[in-house]
Design a protein around this ligand. Structure first.
Ligand code: GTP
Ligand code: MG
Length: 524
């Protein structure tokens, strides 16, 4: 297909890869766990159902991505470890971390009702993700020891805290004060003496967290005529727990971990948090540049087929994408403009945004996860009679553009792409619907110019391309507009703001300068 003069903007996209032999770990944790758990009335200090839901999501992630060979999670976080020889997405960090957090979130929303049949999901949950690079297996071991230590310390503290508040009659401030200087041993004694609780006898799910990884299991596939079973080895994800997941005894006992990651030669007793923090490096996006987060549906070709989307454009599917993007704009105040076409959306953050201190992985994951969550939540509102057959996922990337001109060229590039693809696809599907095979249609269109395609549509199929819905031809632009506050006009109350901000979705030409001149506040 033709290239536009805007293609040069692609050169601003940089792909960070994790070079071998570094081990890739994807760490995800919930964006606003405190608020989410309060709104949804999770039990304190631990909610067994909420933890089991997290574990089910991790299980689904392992089933979906064969390169993930180990995972560990507790509370509101999970870490996924890829096999050392992984070539998943050419080891591109943004792709890997965004796809995994997106899929995890989609599964979380999909499975919510299974775990909380009587609780409505009040707002879309979202998770942050980042890649942790482990230069050696020993560093992975130290990382796991650190996470499990955190699980224990947090759980022990929270158990004491909520016992003091719920049964000890203390206020939250008083409980905090009591625990301020209490050491590990003191906390165990407090639980034992005041509340008769043997900490080590409490649920391992809370104290130790959960490991999920695949092992080979024997499956009976059928029975011979004489009744003897025919067995086959199959890799199946399962749940494992241990007091010390970074210990040799646990790790080296599992053949799959030895094969895909290697064996622990020493035990790891103590970790130095400063040492671990040194490899939790997160790159920051260049200051004073426009940040664009572009997300794109993963394998939406298949997703559209399975869900029988209209070809080449499905009004409802595009409408759902727009609903999600509007919600993203509402949630993240630093976003000033969104542009969407097909299964992709670009979100423009203002130049001086300090969202997550401009950490790329945090911004990308927050947006892609929130969008995925919304997509699953809103599905049934849009497709009333169509069931969501499997959880969708989106990948995301962050790109910086240094000037207004280049940012506008970026958006023009996406809109030209929308036009070129839509014109081609409209011809292609018209030819196919008229009886041509897909390869015949492809050959027919090879080398044709825009004018010829328009003529084909008009002469052969009676379609005037320029009268097709604007949303198909120009994509969707979402932004805020200021308008006079109608409440003020009615009651003239001086305390009411004179103007109010409204989110609008338009299908218009954003390549021409006139759009930006008509809306100077967007890039102001
Ligand atoms: P990756 O993004 O590389 O994972 O592959 P993909 O299959 O998602 O392809 P890509 O993003 O390049 O293109 C988007 C695809 O989504 C299109 O080729 C269509 O197959 C499908 N798609 C998006 N919107 C619609 C729609 O409204 N109707 C139909 N029928 N298909 C759509
Ligand atoms: Mg796609």
């Amino acid at each position: 297909m033709a290239n536009s003069k805007y293609e040069y903007v692609k050169s601003f996209e940089v792909e960070g890869e994790v070079m071998p032999p570094n081990l890739i770990v994807v760490h995800i944790d919930r964006r606003d766990f405190r608020r989410f758990s309060e709104v949804h009335e999770f039990e304190k200090p631990d909610d067994e159902k909420a933890l089991n839901l997290m574990n089910q999501c991790a299980m689904a992630v392992l089933e979906e991505y064969p390169d993930i060979v180990f995972s560990y999670g507790y509370g509101d976080e999970y870490s996924f470890v890829l096999k050392k020889t992984s070539k998943f997405y050419q080891r591109r960090s943004s792709k890997i971390s965004s796809v995994i957090v997106s899929f995890f979130t989609s599964v979380y929303v999909t499975k919510w009702k299974e775990f909380f049949p009587l609780k409505e999901l009040r707002y879309p949950p979202s998770f942050l993700s980042q890649i942790v690079c482990c230069a050696s297996l020993e560093i992975l071991q130290a990382y796991l020891a650190w996470r499990q230590r955190d699980c224990h310390v947090q759980n022990q503290y929270n158990t004491c805290f909520w016992e003091l508040v719920k049964k000890g009659g203390k206020t939250e401030m008083e409980a905090q004060e009591i625990l301020k200087y209490a050491k590990e041993q003191d906390r165990n004694e407090l639980l034992h003496q005041q509340f008769g609780i043997n900490y080590n006898g409490t649920l391992a799910l809370f104290r130790q967290g959960t490991c999920i990884f695949k092992t080979e299991v024997e499956d009976i596939v059928k029975y011979n005529e004489d009744g003897t079973p025919v067995k086959r080895l199959r890799r199946k994800a399962g749940i494992f727990r241990s007091e010390n997941i970074a210990g040799r005894r646990f790790w080296n006992a599992h053949a799959s971990l030895l094969k895909e990651l290697g064996n622990f030669s020493e035990d790891c007793f103590k970790t130095n948090p400063d040492y671990i923090r040194s490899f939790l490096f997160e790159s920051k996006l260049m200051p004073s540049t426009w940040i664009v987060i572009r997300i794109d549906g993963c394998h939406f070709h298949r997703f559209a087929d399975v869900h029988e989307f209209n070809k080449p454009n499905d009004k409802q599917a595009l409408g759902l994408m727009n609903l999600c993007a509007e919600a993203v704009l509402e949630e993240f105040h630093d976003i000033v403009f969104c542009y969407g076409v097909s299964d992709e959306y670009s979100f423009v953050l203002k130049k001086d945004s300090q969202l997550y201190q401009r950490r790329a992985s945090k911004i990308v994951s927050a947006i892609v996860s929130f969008f995925s969550s919304m997509y699953v939540m809103k599905w049934k509102d849009v497709f009333r009679k169509k069931e969501l057959k499997y959880p969708p996922s989106f990948d995301g990337r962050a790109v910086c553009y240094p000037s207004n001109e280049i940012l506008q060229d970026y958006l023009a590039w996406r809109q030209v792409d929308c036009h070129i693809n839509n014109q081609y696809n409209t011809c292609f599907w018209s030819l196919v619907k008229s009886g041509k095979s897909k390869s015949e249609a492809q050959n027919y269109l090879k080398g044709t110019q825009a004018r010829e395609k328009n003529e084909l549509l008009l002469k052969e199929f009676g379609i005037n391309y320029n009268t097709l819905p604007l949303m198909f031809r120009q994509g969707s632009s979402i932004f805020r507009v200021k308008r006079e506050n109608p409440t003020l006009l009615e009651n003239d109350a001086s305390s009411v703001e004179k103007t109010e901000t409204k989110i609008v979705t338009e299908h218009c030409n954003i390549i021409e300068q006139s759009f930006w001149e008509a809306h100077p506040s967007i890039l102001d």
